[in-house]
Design a protein around this ligand. Structure first.
Ligand SMILES: NC(=O)C1=CN([C@@H]2O[C@H](COP(=O)(O)OP(=O)(O)OC[C@H]3O[C@@H](n4cnc5c(N)ncnc54)[C@H](OP(=O)(O)O)[C@@H]3O)[C@@H](O)[C@H]2O)C=CC1
Ligand SMILES: O=C(CO)[C@H](O)[C@H](O)COP(=O)(O)O
Length: 464
């Protein structure tokens, strides 16, 4: 085989699927994995694509197998493993050779790595294993010329929306990984809201997993049409081969997380661009892991009544609530992207972000095309104020309120839906309650406030 077009390190779930995708699109690829037996097994199982793959055992072999200037994708866990691979590779590479971190990196690390000046780009890849194999959504960041040098490969392997590649350069340094983190933050909130509605159907309405699966399946034909609703239906309908019962009923209720949702919540605080639905979802995952404490709580306080009186909520009301909740969590994510764009001077292409999320990624949904249109009209406007989405919110916020209220009355925890509703109510309240906070701050710390007549630096009579 002639020299390869690209190299890849890390043949785990994502790296192996991405390598096969690259080979299938006609590019020759050289691969390396920390455990060599994985590399050989990968090539042995690549079938007719094996001819396009060179399995290498050392960094030297990998580098020698690549066309110059070289491009090597890292698909390893974030943090130390990425630094380690860069440290091993750099001394062996030519100055113009490029490393591409395609894992889920914290964008601060990507910025630091990019600052070295050696060709380096950070790309967010979404779509899970199936997306990586058949067409992920790709969010690139780093020097534009570096992105351009591999764009033909990344576009070829990406998902397509009406023929348009879902692979876009988002901006310099950490922009691609930042966009991917916010994508994952939205993913957390969307998943949490779906889980809360599942809980209401299961515990509040006494529905079994198969019936709930049927509801998700039906919702996937309407405004909620999305990958996450689709797979929720499949997850709910699946049968556990061990017990013969619903698979969902046999899964421990403690959610894992690798950090991207937490990074998003932390960064939102730094940017003062609140994403309360995402924060609620991260907190809910953390609480889900505290199983012993939750068991103790149930023992101490007794289980909540949970069961809703007959016809308190309909399936349609739940659907409408989820529509409103979903719009609010995407809206929060885009406001955060806009704030980051300004803070880091990235000029993030907000409509293009909605566009690359239309296919391939985990949060792909029918709504994203309308979001891209709304952001094209006015990228700075909160999506909840765009006519298409404000119409949906006007129609559906009452349902969200009913669902949250009934959940609260019957002890069904629904933190993401509740925070979505509170965000909505906050954002539709011209005069809120922070005047009290300003009064308190001035009282204890002479922090001053703005008087409603416009005069600044004011103090209350308590100052005397
Ligand atoms: N799974 C998913 O749905 C998605 C994952 N990602 C991101 O992609 C990256 C890879 O994830 P995924 O494929 O799921 O992970 P896996 O655990 O399936 O694979 C990890 C790979 O990294 C290698 N590796 C682990 N530690 C080191 C190290 N210290 N040095 C060198 N190689 C190492 C492993 O090699 P070995 O075989 O020797 O252990 C393996 O090839 C992560 O950043 C993840 O967040 C992004 C989008 C979706
Ligand atoms: O990036 C992804 C999907 O977009 C990965 O699957 C990621 O691991 C999901 O996050 P977490 O593991 O925290 O649930």
């Amino acid at each position: 085989m002639a020299l390869c077009d690209i190299g890849l390190i890390g043949l785990g779930t994502m790296g192996s699927a991405l390598s096969l995708n690259i080979a299938e699109k006609g590019f020759d690829i050289a691969v390396w994995n920390r455990r060599t037996k994985v590399t050989h097994a990968f090539k042995a199982e690549a079938g007719e694509l094996a001819d396009k793959i060179i399995a290498t055992e050392t960094y030297e072999e990998l580098i020698a197998a690549l066309k110059s200037p070289r491009a090597i994708i890292l698909m390893v866990p974030a943090g130390g493993p990425v630094d380690d691979q860069i440290a091993q590779l750099r001394p062996l590479l030519d100055p113009e050779d490029m490393i591409i971190d395609a894992g889920n990196a914290n964008f601060h690390n990507t910025r630091t790595r990019a600052a070295s000046g050696e060709p380096f780009i950070g790309i967010g890849v979404s779509g899970g294993e199936d997306g990586a194999r058949h067409g992920p959504s790709i969010m690139g960041g780093g020097p534009k010329e570096s992105w351009d040098s591999v764009a033909h490969i990344l576009e070829a392997i990406s998902a397509k929306y009406e023929g348009q590649p879902c692979a876009t350069w988002m901006g310099p340094d950490g922009a691609g990984h930042f966009v991917k983190a916010v994508h994952n933050g939205i993913e957390y909130a969307d998943m949490q809201m779906i889980a809360e509605v599942y809980g209401i159907m299961r515990d509040g309405m006494g529905m079994d997993a198969a019936a709930i699966g049927g509801v998700f399946e039906a919702w996937n034909k309407g405004p909620l049409q999305s990958y996450l609703i689709e797979i929720s239906g499949e997850v709910a309908k699946a049968i556990d081969p061990k017990t013969g019962g619903a698979m969902l009923d046999a899964i421990v209720d403690a959610a894992g997380q690798k950090g991207t949702g937490r990074w998003t919540a932390i960064e939102a605080q730094h940017l003062a661009a609140p994403v309360p639905a995402i924060e609620a979802a991260v907190a809910a995952r953390n609480l889900s892991s505290r199983r012993d404490a939750r068991a103790l709580g149930e023992e101490l306080f007794g289980a909540a009544p949970k069961h809703l009186p007959h016809e308190t909520l309909s399936i349609d009301t739940l659907e409408q609530a989820l529509i409103a909740g979903k719009i609010l969590c995407y809206a929060q994510g885009f406001v955060m992207l806009s704030a980051a764009s300004e803070e880091f001077q990235w000029s993030l292409p907000l409509p293009a972000i909605a566009e690359v999320w239309r296919e391939g990624c985990i949060i792909r949904s029918a709504m994203l095309n309308d979001m891209s249109e709304a952001l094209t009209e006015d990228p700075e406007r909160n999506l909840m104020f765009a006519p298409y989405f404000s119409d949906h919110l006007k129609k559906n916020h009452g349902a969200l309120r009913q669902v949250v209220a009934q959940a609260a009355l019957h002890g069904l925890a629904a933190p993401a839906l509740l925070s979505g509703l509170s965000y909505f109510d906050t954002m539709r309240t011209a005069r809120g309650t922070a005047n009290m906070i300003q009064g308190q701050r001035d009282f204890f710390g002479r922090h001053s406030f703005v008087h409603i007549d416009g005069s600044e630096g004011q103090h209350g009579p308590w100052a005397d």
